[in-house]
Every structure is written in structure tokens, then in C-alpha cells.
Design a protein around this ligand. Sequence first.
Ligand code: SAH
Length: 225
Amino acid sequence: MSLNMRLQPDAMGSGLTSQRVRDRLVERLRANEIRDERVLRAIGAIPRHLFVDEALATRAYEDTALPIGHGQTISQPWVVARMTEAVLEVNPKKVLEIGTGSGYQATVLAALGLEVHTVERIGELLRAARKRFRQLGLNVRSKHDDGHAGWAENGPFDAILVTAGAAAIVDALIAQLAPGGTLIAPVGAASAQSLLQLRKDADGQVTRETLAPVVFVPLLPGVID
Ligand code: SAH
């Protein structure tokens, strides 16, 4: 797995978006028990400030979720890192994300050499994310749809990430998980969820584990422009 060279940081970053600031975020993640060097390297290389509004660019390397419009947020870097570590555990090739949002999580996965499929219900957010994928030279497959249905035509997937919270894991998504695959999703009440990791063994048996308490925006039905 190699990082796409186009993701290498340029020398143009201002003081608040520079490589030094990114490195500080990486050190913070490392201090908070993110261990996978591939994940840390990807997060250190990706210009997260390009995934938020210019007015928020100076906060892009804080370990915090930030608003991206339409009441949605770009996930906290620690949560992105933890979910990505969980995904990598199964040595995946093909990954499905539900909730493209800014496109940051999809970019981290693509930078790790994975074949990324991502679904977003808000058209305007998806268009902005696609622009970022193009700008960074990434080949991410994306679809404007209600992610409750997954993306059956392109499945099964070695890993599925749901980046919006729901009361329960969506059955259609478990069905699109390949044997030996893993699904990571925040499950629980609207204000706070548990990040769950499901694993499907070779016989299709599913086991689950709780990774961490998290807060995600809700998984909502239907699509909007
Ligand atoms: N992964 C994103 C952050 C996710 S925020 C990032 O890296 O920036 C959650 C996203 O899930 C929002 O953009 C929201 O519109 C989207 N979402 C919520 N319900 C959805 C559904 N049913 N199908 C697809 N996307 C959904």
C-alpha cells in the first residue's frame, strides 16, 4: 500500500495548515492510542483543511468534528483513525462507506490504496466531495442515494463503514458484507452512540464488539438535492 503521491503536502500551506500543524495532529492521535502507522501517515499527508469551509481552515487540524453545512459534520480525526484501523484489520480491498459528507474519510481510505465506494444522501455535499476527490487525483466511486440500501450491485464489500448514527445496524448492509469482512457503525441514541465492530466469519456467522463511545449525526431516510 502506498500513499498517492499527489497527496504529499505542498509547501504552500500557511502557518495554520502547514505540515508542522498536521504532524502535531498525528502526534496527538498517537498519544490517544492510534497505533497503525499507515493510518497515521495517511492523516499526516491529507490536507484536511480542503474538506472544510475556508473560514474553518485554521481549525482543520484540531482533533474535533467541524460543521460542513446542511447540519452535517466532518468526523473527528480520532474517530476517522479508529474506524480506519478497524477496517484495515481484515486486509480489505473493497470498502463501502455510508455518509460521504466532506469526503475526508473516503480520502483516507483511498490514500491507503483501497477501492472505495461511498454513498451520500445530500446532493450538494456529494458534489463538493467529488470535486475534492478530483482535485486530489483519487478514484473514489460515489453515489447519490439513501445508504440504507447499501450498494448491492458493487458488493459484497470486505469492509463497510457507516458514518452516521442509527438505533440499530441496517440488515441490508450486513448482507452486503463479504465472508471474513467487517462492518463498523455508530449505534445508539441520537445524542451519543457506541462505535460497534461486526465481523462476519467464513461461515457467515456475525460477532460484535464495542470499540468506543462516539457522537455522530443521524442516519436519515431518503435523498435531498
Ligand atoms: N464521513 C464523513 C462525515 C459523515 S457526516 C466525512 O468524512 O466527512 C454523516 C453524513 O452521512 C452526512 O453527510 C449525512 O448527510 C450522511 N447521511 C445521513 N444519512 C444518510 C443515508 N441514509 N444515506 C447516505 N448518507 C447519509
